[in-house]
Ligand binder design. Structure first.
Ligand code: FES
Length: 161
């Protein structure tokens, strides 16, 4: 309940910041995504009401762009490259390791909402395979030890904040 109120209050502030103009819909959704890491249903309903745009249209735009997610996402997005070059260099073992470490499968977010796991195709750094991109940072020549190290470091940073 508290969370819903939080979604609504913050969404109202975002819509107001953009002046409530219909043409600002994408910019508003981008800000909401940035704030919550995904587009909560309550936020989209608030956008629809405040901007006078049918909810179906808001959902249409939200589902059209890959940058938007309708499901909760973690603070950190872990993208494991499973393209051919990374695959032959052991990407599936790296995937298994992340799954065991974070206790989630691709497409899922862990319980404390720190990590979302995703599989992607070639990220253009084949020579460094297997490659994992965490947020915007590329990690090449991944090994089991590196997986442990990276996750532990991120968790430690999070605990210090
Ligand atoms: S296949 Fe992974 S970076 Fe190209």
């Amino acid at each position: 309940m508290k969370k819903t109120a939080n979604f609504t209050a913050k969404t109202k502030a975002i819509v107001k910041k953009h002046g409530g103009d219909r043409s600002a819909l994408i910019a508003v959704l981008q800000d909401i995504q940035e704030t919550f890491n995904y587009l909560p249903k309550e936020a989209m309903n608030t956008v629809s009401t405040m901007m006078g745009i049918p909810a179906s249209r808001v959902y249409e735009v939200a589902t059209f762009y890959n940058a938007f997610s309708l499901n909760p996402r973690g603070k950190h997005i872990v993208k494991i490259c499973v393209g051919t070059a990374c695959h032959v260099r052991g990407a599936s073992a790296i995937q298994d390791k992340f799954e065991q470490k974070l206790l989630i499968k691709p497409g899922e977010t862990n319980q404390d909402q720190q990590f979302t796991l995703e599989l992607v195709n070639c990220v253009g750094a084949c020579a460094l395979g297997p490659v994992v991109v965490i947020d915007t940072e590329y990690h090449g020549q991944m090994t089991m030890n590196k997986v442990d190290k990276i996750i532990n470091e991120i968790n430690k940073e999070g605990a210090q904040q």
